[in-house]
Design a binder for this molecule. Structure first.
Ligand SMILES: [Zn+2]
Ligand SMILES: [Zn+2]
Length: 133
């Protein structure tokens, strides 16, 4: 069987399990209403979505649970409720409003700055960011 698309899986979810909108979020400490289905178990495929981004999907519809916007995004990025895919402890680092791990954001900034290799710029930007966060 070839890899299904992200849309195919989500159409199948709606058909088989109905809409997840308004159900309680699956996160143990979250009481916000769900905005849709989130992959909570292991992915069976990693596919490119319509925005050109790699997304994890599963052909096992039971691998999905309802999640609020933030937790849905958190799980889309990988990892689990406790750890981000890079091993940052979620409750220590937290996420931004899009569900991106703050530890990874910091790591990504450092990495991209190193790749850019403008040392003088890195120093001044890091100072600015420390002031804001
Ligand atoms: Zn939630
Ligand atoms: Zn992280």
């Amino acid at each position: 069987m070839s890899a299904p698309s992200y849309d195919q899986v989500h159409y199948a979810l709606k058909r088989e399990r109905g809409s997840a909108v308004g159900l309680p979020c699956s996160h143990p400490d979250c009481d916000r209403p769900s905005s849709g289905w989130a992959l909570l178990d292991h992915p069976t495929h990693i596919v490119i979505n319509s925005h050109g981004k790699p997304v994890r999907i599963s052909t096992d519809l039971d691998a999905y649970g309802p999640a609020c916007t933030r937790h849905n995004a958190q799980r889309d990025h990988g990892g689990n409720w406790t750890l981000c895919p890079h091993g940052h402890v979620r409750f220590l680092w937290g996420t931004d409003s899009k569900g991106t791990c703050r530890g990874c954001i910091r790591l990504g900034r450092m990495t991209s700055h190193l790749q850019v290799g403008r040392i003088a710029h890195v120093v001044s930007t890091n100072t600015d960011e420390r002031g804001r966060s």
